[in-house]
Ligand binder design. Structure first.
Ligand code: UD1
Length: 343
């Protein structure tokens, strides 16, 4: 029988790509999403690619009565991949309680439900933001956390601590936190991709919207960092490589291959790229010129961060397959598709 996986936030950017990879690997997917930052039409894209339309239930995980009713009805759920969360760093500074509620309370309620309904496995969306600006690069999983720069970052640190403490005393629960670096790009079919709400805060959607003429000009935040060209450096990872890593992590839990019942892994390519380098690749692979200008640094940005991926490579047997050209090509293809249809 197919194993049934609950994907919270499954209509979102990373969730939808992961749903596709799960279905491809023979899992049954059921999605909970409150559609606060995604659209139900994303299910059409998942269905077109995979041939299967996942079951979908719309509510916010903090609605405890609905969550209970959901698990009462779906007694056959084997595992959870928990993406549902708010993720805009700037907004989290303005609305900290929204972030603590959506990101922290939802995790607590899910873990309580896991205990009550005997669900053992959870993969958690974490972020390289837990490291802040590390003293040494690349960052390994042993790199200590720095005080969080934003409530959003704090919710990811707290989320990991909740999992660690819970796993310590509940040996039946097995968890893996995946610390994403900067996910970009889209599924090669251009049927799913990133769908930012309003003005994008992240770099790549802003680049593609500028190239499409939706935004007039991209602002490059800072050129006085200590990097080869002065712009900030990140480790960009193709969203499909990231999605595949979730399936591998989930199988590790199902197959009981963990070294202990709480583990965490960096997911990046291990290569740092500056904002200006990324723009150059975008221009080159898509044969166009981007209108951009350098402005002041953005508050709260770290200068440079990239992953040491040795642990994920070794323990998960996972490595990235898609390079930055593919990231930039697929991001642009997705943006062009968006212009021609309502998603
Ligand atoms: C941030 C968080 C990350 C989080 C993600 C979710 C940190 C260190 N990282 O990623 O954990 O998961 O948001 O949204 O808090 N840039 C421009 N112009 C723009 C937009 C961005 O130059 O219009 C630059 C930024 O200054 C940065 C790089 O592009 O150097 C990447 O920015 P972005 O895509 O927003 O991601 P992070 O800030 O790295």
């Amino acid at each position: 029988m197919k194993k049934k996986v609950l994907v919270t936030g499954g209509t979102g950017y990373i969730g939808s790509h992961t749903a596709v990879e799960l279905i491809k690997e023979g899992f049954e997917v059921i999605i909970i999403d409150d559609l606060s930052n995604s659209q139900a039409e994303v299910l059409n894209g998942i269905e077109k690619i995979s041939g299967v339309r996942p079951e979908f239930v719309q509510f916010n995980l903090c609605e405890e009565d609905k969550l209970t009713a959901f698990f009462e009805k779906h007694r056959d759920i084997d595992s959870i991949i928990h993406f549902a969360a708010s993720k805009a760093v700037g907004e989290s500074v303005e609305k900290p309680l929204l972030y603590y509620k959506n990101n922290v309370l939802s995790l607590v309620l899910l873990l309580e439900a896991m205990k009550k309904y005997n669900i053992s496995n959870i993969v958690f969306s974490s972020s390289c933001t837990v490291y802040g600006q590390p003293d040494k690069l690349p960052v390994t999983e042993a790199t200590p956390f720095k005080p969080a720069e934003s409530p959003y970052g704090n919710t990811k640190q707290i989320g990991e601590e909740i999992l660690r403490d819970t796993c310590k005393v509940n040996k039946d629960i097995q968890a893996i936190s995946l610390r994403y670096f900067n996910p970009v790009g889209a599924h090669d079919s251009a049927l799913i991709g990133e769908l930012p709400n309003g003005v994008p805060a992240n770099l790549v959607p802003f680049i593609t919207q500028t190239a499409a003429g939706i935004r007039q000009q991209l602002m490059v935040f800072g050129n006085d960092y200590s990097t080869p060209d002065g712009s900030a450096m990140r480790d960009y990872i193709h969203v499909v490589d990231l999605a595949v890593a979730h399936v591998i992590a989930l199988k590790r839990l199902i197959d009981k291959k963990q070294k202990n019942n709480y583990e965490f892994f960096n997911l990046g390519t291990g290569k740092g790229l500056t904002v200006l380098q990324l723009i150059q690749v975008f221009e080159k692979v898509n044969n166009l010129k981007l209108n951009y200008k350098v402005v002041d640094r953005r508050a709260g940005d770290v200068e440079k961060i990239y992953a040491d991926t040795t642990l994920a490579n070794k323990e998960l047997g996972w490595e990235t397959k898609l390079g930055v050209e593919e990231m930039m090509r697929s991001a642009w293809k997705w943006q062009q598709q968006l212009a021609t249809k309502k998603v």
